[in-house]
Design a protein around this ligand. Sequence first.
Ligand code: ADP
Length: 388
Amino acid sequence: MGEKAKTSEVRSIPLILIEDEPDARETLQDILEASGYAVRSFAGGKEALQIVSHQTGNLILADILLPDLDGLKVLQSVKEMDPDSVVIMMTGNTSLQMAIEAMNKGAYAYILKPINMEELKVLLKKACREIHLSQENKKLVDSLQLSNRDLETINRRLAFLNAEMEDILHIVSHDLRGPLINIQGFSSKLTEQLKDRPSKKITSCVGFIQKGVARMDSLIGGLLRVSRVGRKVEPFLENDLDKLVEEMRAVFAFEMKDRKIQFVKTQKLPRVWCRKDEISQVFSNLIGNAIHYMGAKPKKEIGVGFEEAFDHFKFWVKDTGIGIDKKDQERIFKLFERLEEIPVKGEGLGLALVKKIIQGHDGRVWVESYKGKGSTFFFTLPKRRPVH
Ligand code: ADP
């Protein structure tokens, strides 16, 4: 089967023979055809070049001294028309220098006259394989380019849909605020009027309206915050994340002391290309959550650290808190998802915001956690200066 495959590989490649001497040409053609080659022979270079111009991956066996065009010119024209062609030069001792020059100009090999047929057959077989490989390679490159183009189209479409979705989110959350302010205003007016004509039932109804409005206002505020990520023209700068985390530590110092939580940072964090306010929000949300979801654990500790990889930094915020069940570890990054295992005020937007910010920095965010044992939130930031 292997032999068969090889023969079909040889047969599938036609051979162009250029030799001006009729006897030599005929003999070579007969022997090569008997070996399975589809030979087209020519007495001169010009005629042969017309064939070359119509196909690619040509296998050419050419005499270096031809009456119309010398072998070097044939080689040059062939390579211009078909760079994937394989050209073997036939040369006598007198034209050896030319053959060496041809090798420098892209000939595959040269063979000395009188030709040793066994040597020529080995050479041609190798040349066939070379053509076959380069054609396969070309096919692969073509299909890769096609896939790349598909991927580019999909990416453009995704970016467009993303931008469209963000616009909708922004407009909706922004425009919902107007009617809400109206409801807020009129319900305050109602409360005032109720002072003259007190009614327990109406007061309680108005109370519900006001609570509902306040909740909706806070949800819309959250949505607006999420929709604004990446919209602001905050520049990417090389920011000192150690300083940034120290600032965050100061912000939470009172709360941590109050809850007897230890803050541990044993490494100096690096400087990283990022949008400072957004990465501040990331640390603020993660450290804030670590404090709020600590629960009543005897050892209360929050650790911040990092690891350096080849092209990115991996940061973490680790806590010894209540932990998160495996099945919930993905969904907590979605909008409005909360587990409500311990009473903590929130809207379920913090981690969605973190995810959006990190993705906007070409990074990744995830959590590793064991229920009851604590959680570690990881995120990565590329080292390179972004092209945003
Ligand atoms: P919020 O804290 O406002 O509810 P988040 O998006 O920040 O919203 O978090 C989503 C949910 O993920 C939280 O409600 C909580 O159940 C869970 N969670 C987040 N951080 C932690 C943590 N460090 N430990 C345990 N649970 C957490």
